[in-house]
Ligand binder design. Structure first.
Ligand code: BEZ
Length: 211
């Protein structure tokens, strides 16, 4: 059975460019992003890994650690590091897990046999501080991911974990949010002291409560 939202993220121990890592120990009490790429020394993957290195500070601000993974061996990851720096200007500053025996790929369903039966697809898993899977996205090998979108979703997930709100279409950090329909107007007045705009009984916007 493949992983679904809300499932416990499978724990594992694997070699990485930063030594042996056990996922749960590495994440501690924070959030995590586990993302797979198909293959080392390939063009789209090189741009993605450099971009994640560039954004590391943004993930850290969100108490989130990133880990990359592919089915390539550690020796391949180690040799590829220089290319990533040369090509993108950013040095790998997060662990790249080696998964030559497909242990992680199988646990997380990262190999899609009808796309390619040996390579991992471009999967992204956001793992909450409670070790539950909060988001899964899968891209084909031909399409590089938009990691600004991953940050945007992370902001939404962390906000909605702490307040009874949800985020509307194209929301980004700082925009108004939606009050949970289960909250009455009366309760909304006290829970959201900045006030709210009522468009429909079930659609009420309020300024982002953690700002
Ligand atoms: C790439 O990163 O460019 C790539 C990797 C595997 C298959 C196709 C493209």
């Amino acid at each position: 059975m493949s992983i679904q939202l809300g499932d416990e993220a499978p724990n594992f121990t694997a070699d990485s460019t930063e030594g042996e890592i056990t996922l749960y120990d590495y994440l501690g009490d924070g959030w995590g992003i586990l993302f797979s790429h198909p293959k080392d020394f390939t063009p789209v993957c090189t741009t993605e890994l450099g971009e994640v290195a560039k954004l590391k500070g943004e993930f850290e601000k969100r108490n989130t650690k990133v880990l990359g993974v592919s089915v390539d061996p550690l020796s391949s990851h180690e040799s590829w590091k220089d290319d990533i720096k040369d090509a993108t200007g950013y040095s790998l500053n997060y662990p790249l897990l080696a998964d030559p025996d497909h242990k992680i790929a199988d646990l997380y369903g990262m190999i899609h046999p009808n796309a390619n039966d040996t390579l991992t697809v471009r999967s992204v898993f956001i793992i909450g501080a409670d070790k539950k899977v909060k988001l899964m996205i899968t891209y084909p090998a031909s399409t590089g991911r938009n990691f600004d979108e991953i940050l945007r979703v992370l902001d939404s997930l962390q906000l909605t974990a702490n307040f009874q709100v949800s985020t509307p279409v194209n929301w980004k950090d700082g925009d108004d949010v939606i009050i949970a329909p289960a909250i009455s107007d009366e309760d909304a007045k006290t829970k959201f002291p900045k006030g709210f705009r009522k468009i429909k009984d079930y659609l009420r916007f309020t300024p982002q409560p953690n700002r």
